[in-house]
Each structure stands twice: as structure tokens, then as C-alpha cells.
Write a protein that binds this ligand. Structure first.
Ligand code: NAD
Length: 353
């Protein structure tokens, strides 16, 4: 079967790891018609926006995208392309697995975690009031009136909405993911004792929906305690379900437990569309040198193949990554080796055919 996939190479190391992942996918024999779409800095320079409509149009047609990281332009007035894509396509669940690999020494062997992060609400929604702006003054006046709290004149404000509707769908996704993948425990991270009306909604909704899935053991934990357990005994944790901001932080922490951002894949999923991308950013500090670790992007591509029902090919890619890591080389510098991005990709491609 032929699959149409939008490929967004991205910025910084994005094009390098995108080329690596494309080489591996093509080597599996799965026929993918890649619709390559530029977004980010190049699109901003040429088209005046980092996320032109043609990119969204392509993802809407393909329904599936593989995306490299995109730099968030600082001070250009544009919001993060990554956040905008998730919101425009209503990609409400981010799935970020983190597992230990034999041959990749880390502090904790035996880690096998999946963070499922709500992807559209919370402090990431982008409801921002800039310090000193007229709207911020109006908000300050309203809050003084409504809550009796005087926001300092020199404060900026970010609003944290969390809804039952927004939470329910990601909870269902997480519990069904657990069932489908033979995972027993889902730990809901929150700070509902302090943020009663935002995290409180997340927690109450999760516990309510959990009643419909009695075979999954749903636990709750304050996110600070969760951070402690992750650094202490991460192998005791299984699926983590988190609101947007905590999910962002905890999934990077989880990546650090198993070898770093270079081996942390991810998926952003909604009812209609799916965008697969590594957890890492555009790594401007190493861009253009051919030294970026392509494994996170290759593992994201494996998740994409599974989503496209190409399970056998996905399994071959995962197994090839394991074999290359177990062999100890080739490895990129972040994992202690000296190989280049494409050398690693070609070693994996040779094993997946
Ligand atoms: P980053 O993930 O780009 O880099 C953090 C560190 O990890 C750097 O030292 C980098 O060299 C290293 N690193 C990351 N990926 C690597 C890889 N594949 N191989 C080897 N080393 C790797 O995070 P940052 O520096 O905070 O962000 C840079 C830019 O990326 C920012 O503009 C940020 O907004 C953007 N970003 C984009 C996404 C995305 O597109 N989804 C995600 C995170 C950050």
C-alpha cells in the first residue's frame, strides 16, 4: 500500500535528522509518497510566516506528518510553530515513550515509561498579557474587582485554562493506549491541592473517566512527588498522564533517564491527524555539522509506521535501533561516539530492508 506523508524538515538539525529518517523509512520497503513542506525560518524569510497555510493544507490532505524540530523565532511576533500546529490540527495528545536500551549505559536500567501529555490547553494555550500593555491593565483591574488580588504593575500574566472537555479526550486516549499496549498503571500527575480549579479539573475528570476502565490501575500523584520518583525509582512507573506544561517538563526528564534527547521520540495525535516528531528542538548549537543524533527522529518515524498499520516495518526499525545501540557503534557524539548523522542512519537502513 502507498502512503502519503507530509515531511516537514524543520530548522537547525531538523533537515539533517529528517533526511536520516526518510532514508530509513524508504529502506523498509514501505512505499511513502513524501510531500515535503518547508516551515519555520525559511518559510518566514520567503513567505512572511513560519507556518504558511500550504503546510497545514498538506497535513490535512495527508493526515499524517513527520516533522523535524522548528526554532521558535524570538521577538518576531510569531508564536511557536509547534504549538500552532498542535492547536490548528487539534492534536490533543502527545505520546512520548522513554525506555532504556541495552548497551546505552544510564543511571537507571529497566526504564520503560510513556508520557501522555495534554497538548492544547493549560499555560501553553498562549493566553498572555504582556507587562505594561493596556489589556494587562484591564485584566489587573478586573482581577482586583473579582478576586481582590492586586497584580503588581510590573507583572506579565499567563492564563491557565483546563477544561473537562479538553481533559476527557486525553484521559480516554491514555487509558485506551494502556489497554492496547498491555500497560497496567496510569499515573495522573497534577498539583490539584494548589491549583484547585485547573489541575483540580484535570484530576477529577481523569478519576471520573477511569471508572469506565476498571482493568487499568489509575493512580494520582502530585507532580513534584512524581519528579522525585522519576529520579529515584523510574522503573516503578509506567504510563504518566499529565497536563500540558508538566508533560513537557516530565517528558524531557524521562528522556534524560534513558540517554538524552537524542533517543526520545514523540507523536502528536488528534481524532483526524497525526504529527510525529522527536522531543528535542532544533539544537542550533550543533546544526549544520552532520553530528545530530538521528535516533529520536528515526524512532518517531517507527511510531508513524505503526500508526500507518505498517507494524512489521515499524518493528524492524525499532529492532535495528536496538541492535545498533547494543553494538556500541556507530554512535553520534551525544552518545559518546564520533559518527555522523547519516552514518548512523545508513547502519539502521541496512538492517531494516
Ligand atoms: P534543543 O532540544 O534543541 O537542544 C537542547 C540540547 O540538546 C542542546 O545541547 C542540543 O545540542 C542537544 N540536542 C538536541 N537534540 C539533539 C540531537 N538530536 N542530537 C544531539 N544533540 C541534541 O533545545 P533548545 O536549545 O531549548 O531549543 C532550540 C530551539 O528548538 C528553540 O527555538 C526551541 O523553541 C525549539 N524547540 C522546538 C521543538 C519542536 O520543534 N517540537 C521542541 C523543543 C524546542
Amino acid at each position: 500500500m502507498r502512503h502519503r506523508v507530509t515531511l516537514i524538515p524543520g530548522d537547525g538539525i531538523g533537515p539533517e535528522v529528517a533526511e536520516a529518517a526518510r532514508t530509513v523509512v524508504d529502506a523498509t520497503g514501505v512505499v511513502v509518497e513524501w510531500d515535503v513542506q518547508t516551515a519555520g525560518a525559511d518559510a518566514l524569510a520567503r513567505e512572511g510566516t513560519p507556518l504558511p497555510d500550504r503546510v497545514l493544507g498538506s497535513v490535512r490532505r495527508s493526515r499524517t506528518a513527520l516533522k523535524g524540530p522548528i526554532t521558535t523565532p524570538v521577538g518576531s511576533g510569531f508564536r511557536s510553530v509547534n504549538v500552532a500546529l498542535r492547536q490548528e490540527l487539534d492534536l490533543f495528545a502527545a505520546v512520548r515513550p522513554a525506555r532504556s536500551y541495552p548497551g546505552l549505559p544510564t543511571r537507571h536500567p529497566g526504564v520503560d515509561l510513556v508520557t501522555i501529555r495534554e497538548n492544547t490547553e493549560d499555560l501553553y494555550r498562549g493566553i498572555e498579557f504582556e507587562r505594561g500593555a493596556p489589556d494587562t491593565d484591564r485584566l489587573r483591574a478586573a482581577l482586583l474587582n473579582l478576586a481582590g488580588y492586586r497584580i503588581p504593575d510590573d507583572a506579565g500574566v499567563t492564563v491557565k485554562p483546563i477544561s473537562i472537555t479538553g481533559t476527557r479526550r486525553v484521559v480516554r486516549y491514555a487509558l485506551e493506549y494502556a489497554q492496547r499496549n498491555g500497560r497496567r498503571t496510569v499515573t495522573v500527575g497534577h498539583k490539584a491541592n494548589i491549583m484547585k480549579f485547573s489541575d483540580g479539573v484535570f484530576l477529577a475528570t481523569a478519576l471520573e473517566v477511569a471508572k469506565e476502565y476498571p482493568e487499568v490501575d489509575v493512580r494520582e500523584m502530585q507532580v513534584d512527588e512524581l519528579a522525585m520518583w522519576l529520579s529515584w525509582e523510574p522503573e516503578t512507573l509506567d504510563v504518566l498522564l499529565l497536563p500540558n506544561l508538566y508533560g513537557d517538563i516530565i517528558s524531557d526528564l524521562s528522556a534524560g533517564l534513558v540517554g538524552g534527547l537524542g533517543v526520545a521520540p514523540g507523536a502528536n495525535l488528534g481524532w483526524e491527524y497525526a504529527v510525529f516528531e522527536p522531543v528535542h528542538g532544533s539544537a542550533p548549537d550543533i546544526a549544520g555539522r552532520g553530528a545530530a543524533n538521528p535516533l529520536a527522529m528515526i524512532l518517531s518515524a517507527a511510531m508513524m509506521l505503526r500508526h500507518l498499520s505498517e507494524r512489521a516495518a515499524a518493528g524492524r526499525v525499532d529492532a535495528a535501533v536496538e541492535r545498533v545501540l547494543a553494538a556500541g557503534s556507530p554512535r553520534t557524539p551525544d552518545l559518546g561516539g564520533s559518527a555522523g548523522t547519516m552514518e548512523v542512519a545508513e547502519a539502521i537502513a541496512a538492517l531494516v530492508a
